[in-house]
Design a protein around this ligand. Structure first.
Ligand code: GLU
Length: 428
């Protein structure tokens, strides 16, 4: 979300410009790719439960559909801005390109806080969002998915509205749907598991046994939950997790130095990924300030919340023990912080590679919807692991061969693929 003085879209453009320069891209390709292809902003008027009317602001940005239909989630957040959505749409383009799936990049959002909306009001927002943009979405144009504070329930309301308007059954319109209604097994786990597949490969590369590692996580939403679950299943020890405290309106870090039990922690977490503070205390968790997650003496840091979390100030808090940063969130690290991480030779698994498991599984979901035949969970996760592992190794190989930072290597691969697509199509 946009915090004063921080503009995620400027940051995304800054990252793009630096790599475009390195790749020697021509001016027209740069102009095309540093700004979204199309963007929509609209009102969603809703009759609230108390009979009053409220108008919510909705967005959809299609950054690029050069490699396939635009693809990306929809966020519900009170601080959503068009620039945040633009940045996230652009990162989706690089994400689908780096894992080499035939999709482009898009993102949507609504300025709202589901904490203070009834299910009925949320349903009306979902249906209103679809009605406002229905002509510009579709399985062959632009395919939405869940993101921060949206779930499979929101996706099925959106699909239902789309099918009512068009009069057809089109499960490929949206991904992240419930099972039995066109959803894919493994989709819920996919982003977090994908993060850990890349961490597993990074540890192999660094010659470290996961059983001798510790990790600290920021956020305990969908991505962080499944990342932590798989990490502990693989033998790692998670010692800290931060989450938002809605009562005190601030983040809190929960620490258990002898290792967090995932099942125990999830049992005291609500649907927004917020951990109950008093129950956590009863279970023996230490309660620390929200920023403490980054200051832990661990091997692995997993920022899996929002943008701008590792910046020029917070990067100084990272302990010398940290060897890997696995970016579960989109845009958690600013370019200033990147310079410090580069110098300290921390192995960064960049966001649009590290968290690409979600969209990769969304792609599998679409494939299954098109076939109208669904794979087992094991099949889905095996395919996901293969995709993530091979994308990670392509980036690692380039980083090693050219002696560049992992984020730059990932950008070089992704931008080259999209640049090639726009050239082959004759757009520039
Ligand atoms: N919202 C997720 C992301 O940022 C998933 C997008 C999708 O599945 O299309 O990657």
């Amino acid at each position: 979300m946009s915090v004063e003085g921080f503009n995620p879209f400027k940051m995304a453009q800054q990252q793009f410009d630096a790599v475009a320069e390195k790749l020697g891209l021509d001016q027209a390709t740069r102009d095309l790719l540093r700004y979204p292809d199309r963007e929509y902003q609209f009102n969603i008027p809703i009759r609230m439960d108390d009979g009053t009317y409220r108008v919510f602001r909705g967005f959809r940005v299609q950054h690029s559909d050069a490699r396939g239909p635009a693809k990306g989630g929809i966020r519900f957040h009170p601080q959503e801005t068009i620039d945040t959505v633009r940045a996230l749409a652009m990162w989706m383009t690089w994400k689908t390109a780096v894992v080499d799936i035939p999709l482009g990049g898009g993102k949507g959002g609504v300025v709202c806080d589901p904490h203070h909306l009834s299910l009925r009001e949320q349903e009306l927002i979902c249906r209103g969002w679809v009605r406002q943009i229905v002509r510009n979405l579709g399985p062959l144009q632009d395919v939405p998915a869940p993101d921060v504070m949206t779930t499979s329930q929101h996706m099925i309301w959106m699909l239902d509205e789309y099918e009512k308007i068009t009069g057809i059954k089109a499960p490929g319109f949206i991904t992240g749907k419930p099972l039995g209604l066109g959803g894919s097994l493994g989709r819920t786990e996919a982003t977090g598991y994908g993060v850990m597949y890349t961490v597993r490969e990074a540890l192999k590369f660094l010659g470290i046994d996961i059983k001798n590692t510790t990790a600290s996580f920021q956020g305990f939403g969908n991505v962080s939950q499944y990342a932590l679950d798989l990490y502990t299943q693989m033998g790692g020890k998670a010692i800290a997790v931060s989450s938002w405290d809605p009562k005190e309106q601030r983040a809190i870090t929960f620490r258990k130095k002898d290792g967090i039990n995932f099942k125990e922690l999830i049992s005291i977490t609500n649907k927004f990924g917020e951990i109950d503070k008093s129950k956590a205390q009863e279970l023996g968790f230490e309660i620390l300030p929200g920023s403490a997650w980054i200051e832990q003496e661990v091997d692995i840091l997993v920022p899996a919340a929002l943008e701008n979390q590792i910046n020029k100030d917070t990067v100084q808090l990272i302990k010398p023990t940290v060897k890997i940063i696995a970016e579960g969130a989109n845009g958690p690290t600013t370019p200033e912080a990147d310079e410090v991480l580069k110098e300290r030779k921390i192995h960064v698994i960049p966001d649009f590679l590290c968290n690409a498991g979600g969209v990769t599984c969304s792609y599998f979901e679409q494939v299954q919807c098109n076939m109208n035949y669904y794979w087992t969970k094991e099949e889905v996760l095996t395919k996901l692991d293969q995709k993530m592992t091979s994308a990670y190794h392509s980036v690692l190989e380039l980083a090693n061969n050219k002696g560049v930072y992992m984020r730059d290597a990932a950008y070089m691969i992704a931008i080259s693929r999209v640049a090639e697509a726009v050239k082959l199509r004759g757009w520039v």
